[in-house]
Design a protein around this ligand. Sequence first.
Ligand code: SF4
Ligand code: SF4
Length: 136
Amino acid sequence: MADEKKQSIDEKLVILFQSMYEMTNPECAKCRAPRSCCDAMYCHCAEEVAREEWGVDVTPLKTDHPTLPFMGPTGCVLEPHLRPLCTLHTCDINSIGLKKGDPEWTNKYFKLREQIDELENFRQDLKDRESWIDHT
Ligand code: SF4
Ligand code: SF4
């Protein structure tokens, strides 16, 4: 039962992160310095999230980019849910907490982010409960 629940949460999270990517990616497509916010440190974070949260080994996806292990010729090679920090990031959101002049976009962004947070918390609760049961 717990496994089924976790699978259903995971499936929903994948969809929500894809929707978030579809919101943030066009913002970054207009960037004057595309991908300048990428850093090997975030690639390593993504690698860890993929392994710890999703049980996915992304090592085989590493590219030959000189500094960013997951940067391919046309952009990041990782799916949006495997690199949550990057998917959620836009310059406006991270600097001023909204998209300038677009309250509709901002509301949609934060609604989506709230749904993601809720599901991630729920998934963490399930994990904690399972590990508590394993230790009793
Ligand atoms: S987050 Fe900012 S710096 Fe990075 S690609 Fe998007 S707009 Fe450009
Ligand atoms: S978007 Fe991809 S390449 Fe850029 S920092 Fe994140 S994981 Fe690395």
